[in-house]
Write a protein that binds this ligand. Structure first.
Ligand SMILES: [Mg+2]
Length: 236
């Protein structure tokens, strides 16, 4: 009798306790950052030099790794470096700033007064280099490391993107992968992971992968990953 009733009594007590807890606990206050304040913080982060220092630190870590790794590669190895483009190899700061951090997906681009849509801005091909990444790129090329860009930009922006990369000094890359219709609808992480696997299937060893989004780096197919700062926008 006791064996049967004791567990039931304990269950009843625990249910009562649960109900009491739910009834008595006040709703947690919602504490969200204020968007206007955050925008000011982002501008200060960029313009005050901290952003550049953070970029240089991470790209420097990638450079140190690359320098060490190439000395330990077996004969005949085909080392590769993978780079994202936006906020990794090229900066879109003028466009982000003129749009007050809004994402404008269609229309023209007035880069002085705004608005400036992302496609129009990218087709202009006027983005500046992320300088520490350009230094890493040049170091990789000098060390015989093949460099592949993998970007979420659409295939239709290939010519403008290649022209922009060349104009700021990215010369001698091995591949420029843009998002084609076959990958339409895939997350950045899924698409980019599959593209890194294709590079490996060509016989390359990806010794480093650097990007500004976690979705640039998730999914493996690189010996080391390097995450640059980007508090300005998020790509899942
Ligand atoms: Mg990016």
């Amino acid at each position: 009798m006791i064996r049967r009733t004791l567990p039931a009594a304990l269950l009843a007590l625990s249910l009562l306790a649960g109900c009491a807890h739910q009834a008595m606990a006040p709703a947690a206050p919602v504490d969200l950052p204020n968007l206007g304040v955050v925008k000011g913080q982002l501008v200060a982060y960029h313009d005050g030099g901290a952003y550049d220092r953070d970029l240089a630190r991470v790209a420097g870590e990638a450079a140190a790794w690359l320098k060490a790794r190439v000395t330990t590669l077996p004969a005949g190895a085909r080392p590769a470096l993978v780079l994202d483009i936006d906020e990794t190899s090229l900066t879109n700061w003028p466009q982000l700033k003129v749009n007050d951090f809004g994402y404008i997906k269609a229309g023209g681009c007035d880069i002085q007064a705004g608005p400036c849509s992302s496609p129009a801005w990218e087709m202009m091909g006027q983005a500046a280099a992320i300088v520490p990444t350009l230094a890493l790129f040049r170091q990789a090329r000098a060390a015989g490391v093949a460099v592949f860009f993998i970007t979420g930009r659409p295939e239709g922006e290939r010519e403008a993107t290649a022209r922009n990369l060349a104009a700021v000094g990215y010369e001698g890359w091995a591949g420029l992968v843009l998002k084609g219709t076959a990958a339409h609808g895939q997350s950045a992480a899924t698409y980019k992971t599959a593209e890194r696997a294709k590079i490996e299937a060509q016989g390359y060893t990806i010794i480093a992968n650097m990007g500004d989004q976690d979705s640039d780096l998730a999914g493996g197919h690189a010996e080391r990953t390097f995450k640059l700062a980007n508090p300005f926008y998020f790509i899942p």
